[in-house]
Write a protein that binds this ligand. Structure first.
Ligand SMILES: Nc1nc(=O)c2c([nH]1)NC[C@@H]1CN(c3ccc(C(=O)N[C@@H](CCC(=O)O)C(=O)O)cc3)CN21
Ligand SMILES: CC(C)C(=O)C(=O)O
Ligand SMILES: [Mg+2]
Length: 279
């Protein structure tokens, strides 16, 4: 079904399983890679088969799976449940998951305990934490403990109440320089990738250029090494407004709605099941 070997990939051979070293090679060769969020085994198998290099179990599951208005209520147990399902559905993709709000901020020790637990209990290959240079010690300790860390900067939704809403970050005159300095500190601490959310394209580009590690963008222009979107937003399952940086690639919501309508009509008209679908 899937198309894994594409002429666009800079890797000479598609690896049996993507690892951090492959994203390093992609960055060095001037290539790109794609990431989608994912929360269950069936969707994971479809995305993996389509060649998706990385899958993220985002705490956005609070919004798109649990129907909450923010990610703040998502627990470690939630992240473990959905991460296990995604790992079970993949063969090739690099799978990473968010550390949820409240599971890493209090201390370096708390971050290491949560990060190790998430890797140990799910089989993911990396964790992601939101925050800037104040989390460099956490990243350093996690990496020393054997947990690969993706740092998430720019707009950090777990801090919406401190940041004052869903806003593009890094619009000040000295933003590029400040974000580059912060990114360098996170790279120095051992981050294996840097994700930037809602950052002006030129600022994100300057950060990618300054770093040796790959970057991933969401609402951050096309100069980052990788891109990520919440799949329900991009493929038309999210109800209501989606962020303006999202491109619509499909309308899965429409397909499901039509199928559900047809199925119900068939049941009400006693046309399902017919002889072919009965014993
Ligand atoms: N469904 C979903 N999609 C996401 O992209 C997403 C989540 N959930 N949950 C976690 C975070 C939160 N994110 C968000 C949420 C809202 C906006 C938003 O409202 N953006 C507006 C305003 C931007 C502005 O004021 O400059 C937009 O139009 O993009 C952006 C990112 C990204 N993540
Ligand atoms: C939006 C992405 C980057 C994320 O952190 C999530 O899905 O939770
Ligand atoms: Mg998240």
């Amino acid at each position: 079904m899937g198309m894994v070997d594409t002429p666009y990939s800079v890797l000479k051979k598609t690896p049996a399983r993507y690892r951090t070293v492959h994203f390093q090679q992609i960055k060095e060769a001037g290539g790109k890679f794609a990431m989608l969020t994912c929360y269950d085994a069936m969707t994971a198998a479809i995305f993996d088969d389509a060649g998706m290099e990385t899958l993220l179990i985002g705490d956005s599951l609070g919004n798109v799976v649990q129907g909450q208005s923010s990610t703040l209520g998502v627990t470690m147990e939630d992240m473990i449940t959905f991460s296990k399902a995604v790992v079970a559905g993949t063969k090739r993709a690099f799978v990473l998951a968010d550390l949820p709000f409240g599971s890493y901020e209090a201390s370096v020790q708390q971050a290491v305990e949560s990060g190790v637990r998430l890797v140990k209990e799910t089989g993911i290959s990396a964790i992601k934490i939101e925050g800037g240079v104040e989390y460099a010690p956490h990243i350093k300790a996690l990496t020393a403990a054997g947990v690969a860390v993706v740092a998430h900067t720019g707009f950090t939704p777990q801090s919406e109440h401190v940041l004052g809403g869903f806003r593009v970050q890094g619009r000040q005159d000295d933003a590029a320089q400040r974000m580059v300095e912060e990114a360098l500190a996170l790279q120095e601490a051992g981050a294996t990738m840097l994700l930037m959310e809602m950052v002006p394209a030129d600022v994100a580009g300057a950060v990618d250029k300054a770093l040796t590690i790959p970057t991933v963008g969401i609402g951050a222009g096309n100069a980052t090494t990788g891109q990520v979107l919440v799949w329900q937003d991009a493929f038309g399952l999210s109800q209501g407004r989606v962020p303006s940086f999202v491109k619509q690639y499909a309308n899965v919501g429409d397909v499901l709605s039509k199928a559900a309508t047809q199925y119900r009509e068939d049941v009400l008209k006693a046309e399902f099941p017919d002889a072919d679908h009965s014993f």
